[in-house]
Design a binder for this molecule. Structure first.
Ligand code: ZN
Length: 224
C-alpha cells in the first residue's frame, strides 16, 4: 500500500484522499481485483511499449461484462479516451476514463487466445494468451468464462482502412504512460500484459496496476 502519487493524482483528478495499492502484472500474465463504486483503476506502462487487456464485470451480476458494442453506441465512437464511459452488456456504466496519457486504445479485437496464435501465427503447443489469463483471473471471483468477451485493449493501436481492413500498429505508449478510470459500479476488474509481440514493439513486459480506494473501502480486501 502506498500514499497517493501526487503527479498522477493531478492528471487523473482523483483528489487527495485516495490510497493506492499497487500490483505488478508480470509479462504475459493476468490478475483480477474487486474495485468498489467510487474507486479508481490506473494501468501504467512501466517500461514502455506494452499493451494490455482490461475486462470489467459487474460484481453483483457476474454474467454482465464489459461490452464494446454498447460502449461504441453510447459514446458514438470506437475510440475511448478521457470522458468515455465503459458500458456493460446490460447497458450499465461500469467505469469512466478520467486520465489518459496515450489517447489511443483498441476496443475492436477480442483478447488474444490459444486459437488465435494457432490460426494466425502457426503456434504449435500452448502459447500464453490474454483470454486464458483473463478468464483464469476472473474465475477466482466465480466469473464464468462466457462473461468474458471483448476487452479494452489499453495502449493498443488498430486502424480501419477504407476497404474495411483492420491493421494493428505498434503501441505509442512510452515508459510511465498510464490510463486512469473511475469505477462507477462495484466491479471485478481483470488486467493482462499481452504477449502478442506485434502490438508490443517485439517484446512482452510487465504492467503496473494501481487500485485507488477512499474512506472505509481502503481497509476492505480486494482479493476473492
Ligand atoms: Zn493479448
Amino acid at each position: 500500500m502506498c500514499d497517493v502519487d501526487a503527479s498522477r493524482a493531478a492528471s487523473g483528478d482523483v483528489g487527495s484522499s485516495v490510497t493506492w495499492v499497487e500490483h505488478t502484472v508480470s509479462a504475459a500474465s493476468g490478475m483480477a481485483w474487486r474495485v468498489p463504486t467510487g474507486g479508481f483503476l490506473r494501468i501504467t506502462d512501466v517500461e514502455g511499449g506494452q499493451t494490455g487487456d482490461l475486462f470489467l464485470v459487474d460484481a453483483v451480476d457476474r454474467s454482465d461484462g464489459l461490452s464494446n458494442g454498447r460502449s461504441f453506441d453510447y459514446n458514438s465512437s470506437v475510440l475511448m479516451s478521457v470522458g468515455s464511459k465503459l458500458y456493460s452488456s446490460r447497458s450499465n456504466v461500469l467505469a469512466t476514463i478520467i486520465s489518459d496519457d496515450v489517447g489511443r486504445h483498441d476496443f475492436l479485437y477480442t483478447p488474444c487466445s490459444q486459437e488465435m496464435y494457432e490460426i494466425q501465427h502457426g503456434a504449435i503447443g500452448p502459447h500464453p494468451n490474454c483470454y486464458d489469463n483473463l478468464t483464469t483471473a476472473l474465475a477466482g471471483y466465480s466469473v464464468p468464462a462466457s462473461t468474458v468477451t471483448v476487452a479494452l485493449n489499453v495502449f493498443m493501436v488498430a486502424s480501419i482502412a477504407d476497404d474495411g481492413g483492420l491493421v494493428v500498429h505498434p503501441t505509442r505508449s512510452i515508459k510511465g504512460d498510464s490510463i486512469v478510470l473511475r469505477v462507477e459500479r462495484d466491479v471485478l476488474a481483470a488486467v493482462t500484459s499481452c504477449p502478442a509481440a506485434g502490438c508490443n514493439r517485439g517484446a512482452t513486459r510487465p504492467l503496473l496496476v494501481s487500485i485507488g480506494l477512499t474512506g472505509p473501502d481502503v481497509d476492505r480486501p480486494s482479493g476473492p
